[in-house]
Write a protein that binds this ligand. Structure first.
Ligand code: ADE
Length: 353
C-alpha cells in the first residue's frame, strides 16, 4: 500500500492539503452510524466488520440513512454474520428486504453471502471484492477502504456532487465523472482510507447537500471553485433526465376473511421472487386482460402509483372476495402479507383494507 507523502501528486496538486483538513473535520463531526467504527475507536485500533460494512453499503444504495438503519438492525439481529445470511431461506431474505425496493439487489445479496461463506472469508481488496455478485465499482472501493484499509476510492453520487463543486465542473458530465474518479483515487490517504471515504460521505450528507449547501461551516471551502464563483448549488451540471415511460394495469385485492390472495412472482424479472398481489400485465398502451377468475369482479377502489427505475406505474386496485384460491395462488393473513410485499403491492393492499 502506498502512503501519500508530502510531495504533490500528478492529478490534483491543488487539492494536496484537502484530505488533512477533511479528516480533521471528520474527527470532530463524524456521524455515529450503526455499521461504523467511529474515529476514536479506529484510532484505538478497532476495525469494522466487513459483513456489516457491505450490508450497509448495499442498503444505502437503495435508501436514506434512517430508513437503511431500521433494515440494518433487523438484518443483523436475525443474521448476525455472513454465514447466517448465507444459510437463510431465500423467501425470508426477500421478505426482510421488502420495502427497500430493487429486488435484484436482495437476490445478489444472498448470492454474495453464499459465495463468501463458501470461500470462508471476504476478499480483502477492491479488485477481489469487485468479482462478487452485486458489488460494483463503488461498493468494492467502499468496502475495501472501510473494512480492509485499502487505499481505494468510494465515489458515489454524493462524492460526485462534492467534487463537481470543488472543481466547478462545467464539462460534459460523463467526462467530469471520470475526472472526479481519478482525482479521488489519487487523493485517498494511504493511512486512513476508510475515514477519508466516511468523511466525504458525511460532508455530502450534512454540508455539501444537493439544494442548500452550508458553505459557511464547510471544512473544504478554501478549495472550492463553486463557492468562489458564488453559486455552488448550480453544480453538478448534468444532462436533463429523460421522462420515464408510463405503464398501466390492474391489481386484485382478493379477500377471504382476514386473508388475502397472494402469489410468488417468478425469480427472473421485475420484483422477481417477491410475494405479490395478483395483477394483470403492465402496459404502456392498450387494454389489459384479466385472469378468468377475476373477469366478473368488481369494485375499483382507486389507483396506486409507483415509480420504478425504468417506468412509472399506475394500477387500478380492484377488490372482491373468493372462497377458493385459484391455481398458483395462496391465502395469507393480510398483515403478514403486507410486511412481505414490495412497496407497490403494500400500497395497493393498504388502499383495500
Ligand atoms: N452512504 C453510502 N455509504 C454510506 C455509509 N457507509 N455511511 C453513511 N452514508 C453512506
Amino acid at each position: 500500500m502506498r502512503s501519500r507523502g508530502k510531495a504533490a501528486n500528478a492529478v490534483s496538486p491543488e487539492f494536496e492539503d484537502l484530505p488533512a483538513a477533511l479528516l480533521d473535520w471528520y474527527a470532530r463531526h463524524a456521524r455515529d452510524l450503526p455499521w461504523r467504527v467511529g474515529p476514536k475507536a479506529r484510532a484505538a485500533g478497532a476495525t469494522p466488520d466487513p459483513y456489516r460494512v457491505w450490508l450497509a453499503e448495499i442498503m444505502l444504495q437503495q435508501t436514506t440513512v434512517p430508513h437503511a438503519a431500521r433494515y440494518f438492525h433487523a438484518f443483523t439481529e436475525r443474521w448476525p454474520a455472513v454465514d447466517d445470511l448465507a444459510a437463510a431461506e431465500d423467501g425470508d431474505v426477500m421478505a426482510a428486504w421488502a420495502g427497500l425496493g430493487y429486488y435484484a439487489r436482495a437476490r445478489n445479496l444472498l448470492k454474495c453471502a453464499r459465495e463468501v461463506a463458501a470461500a470462508g472469508a471476504w476478499p480483502k481488496t477492491e479488485k477481489g471484492l469487485r468479482e462478487l455478485p452485486g458489488i460494483g465499482a463503488y461498493t468494492a472501493g467502499a468496502v475495501a477502504a472501510l473494512a480492509f484499509g485499502e487505499r481505494a476510492p468510494a465515489v458515489d453520487g454524493n462524492v460526485d456532487r462534492v467534487f463537481a463543486r470543488l472543481l466547478a465542473a462545467k464539462g460534459e458530465w460523463k467526462e467530469e465523472k471520470a475526472r472526479i474518479a481519478a482525482i479521488v483515487r489519487d487523493l485517498v490517504p494511504g493511512d486512513r482510507p476508510g475515514e477519508f471515504a466516511e468523511a466525504l460521505m458525511d460532508l455530502g450528507a450534512t454540508i455539501c447537500t444537493p439544494k442548500r449547501p452550508n458553505c459557511l461551516i464547510c471544512p473544504v471551502r478554501p478549495w472550492c471553485a463553486a463557492h468562489a464563483e458564488g453559486e455552488p448549488e448550480r453544480y453538478p451540471v448534468k444532462p436533463a433526465k429523460k421522462a420515464k415511460p408510463k405503464r398501466k394495469g390492474e391489481v386484485f385485492a382478493v379477500f377471504r376473511g382476514d386473508d388475502v390472495l397472494v402469489e410468488r412472482r417468478p425469480d427472473k424479472g421485475l420484483l422477481g421472487g417477491m410475494l405479490a398481489l395478483p395483477t394483470t400485465e403492465w402496459k404502456e398502451a392498450g387494454d389489459v386482460s384479466r385472469p378468468v377468475w377475476a373477469e366478473e369482479a368488481g369494485e375499483t377502489l382507486g389507483e396506486v402509483r409507483h415509480v420504478f427505475t425504468h417506468f412509472e406505474l399506475r394500477l387500478d386496485v380492484i377488490r372482491f372476495s373468493l372462497e377458493a384460491a385459484p391455481d398458483g395462488y395462496d391465502w395469507m393473513e393480510a398483515g403478514t402479507a403486507a410486511d412481505a410485499f414490495p412497496s407497490v403491492f403494500a400500497k395497493a393492499l393498504k388502499l383495500a383494507v
